[in-house]
Design a binder for this molecule. Structure first.
Ligand code: PXP
Length: 239
């Protein structure tokens, strides 16, 4: 047993719903099934444009599931206020651009230091644990420490898009070093973005990484084999 945890992101169940403006498919049902399949947490991203997850989904998932709820969010005031009211178990601060297909890159803690500090203070005061989604760079990890984050999530997005052995090796090295530094600074280290049933193998070898947050690949697989087997298969790969 590796002891590495799996957080399942169910955003794209809501993406399907929003594609037609229907009441189905419901991410609340998906979250319950992922929990049944054995995941360790549920991840959802309440984006500023509400393109998939809505406030209603956050409220109902919080009530329905017993595993921790990890709410990904930007530092936008309206979203922060909502998170402070709903109090998910964890908030993961991510950068957000309207036109992007998905989260592109980690949060730049140097550039946004003051803003992030204020948001962390607010969330912690409301009793919400705060994670920072950052690129695998030393200066970002050190800034996360200075900011008093509870944990960090290393962005595996560039790694997952790497297509040559050279770039793959380079990205894995960066992630490994970042995870080591994070652990040495006392962080619980998570990782995620773009992970799938294939590329996961390299990431699970990094022993400092204790949690993986995965969405798109699991939801895509679930269309063919069902969400419970899709989550179970991912768990068995991790273990
Ligand atoms: N972690 C973070 C911080 C994310 O923003 C996302 C995407 O919402 C994920 C993990 C999951 O990424 P993917 O859907 O590519 O598995």
């Amino acid at each position: 047993m590796s002891g590495v945890k799996l957080g399942v992101n169910v955003d794209h169940v809501a993406t399907l719903r929003e594609a037609r403006g229907t009441l189905y498919s419901d991410p609340v049902v998906a979250a319950l099934l992922c929990e049944y399949a054995g995941c360790d947490s549920i991840v959802i991203h309440l984006r500023e444009d509400r393109r998939h997850i809505k406030e209603r989904d956050v409220i109902f998932i919080k009530k329905a599931v017993k595993v921790p709820l990890n709410l990904e969010m930007s530092t936008c005031r309206e979203i922060v206020d909502f998170a402070c009211k709903i109090t998910p178990d964890q908030a993961t601060l991510v950068p957000e651009k309207r036109q992007e297909l998905t989260t592109e890159g980690g949060l730049d803690l140097i550039k946004n230091y003051k803003k992030v500090k204020g948001v962390i203070r607010k969330l912690k005061k409301a009793g919400v644990r705060v994670s920072l989604f950052i690129d695998p760079f030393k200066k970002q990890i050190k800034a996360a420490k200075d900011l008093g984050a509870d944990l960090i999530e290393i962005n595996t997005g560039v790694f997952s898009l790497s297509t040559t052995p050279v770039s793959l090796r380079r990205e894995i090295k960066k992630i490994k070093e970042a995870a080591k530094l994070g652990k040495n600074l006392g962080f619980f280290v998570a990782a995620g973005h773009g992970l799938d049933y294939e590329n996961l193998k390299e990431i699970v070898k990094i022993k400092e990484i204790k949690e993986l947050n995965i969405g798109h690949s699991i939801i895509c697989r679930s269309i063919f084999i069902g969400i419970v087997p899709a989550v179970e298969e991912m768990i068995s790969l991790i273990k």
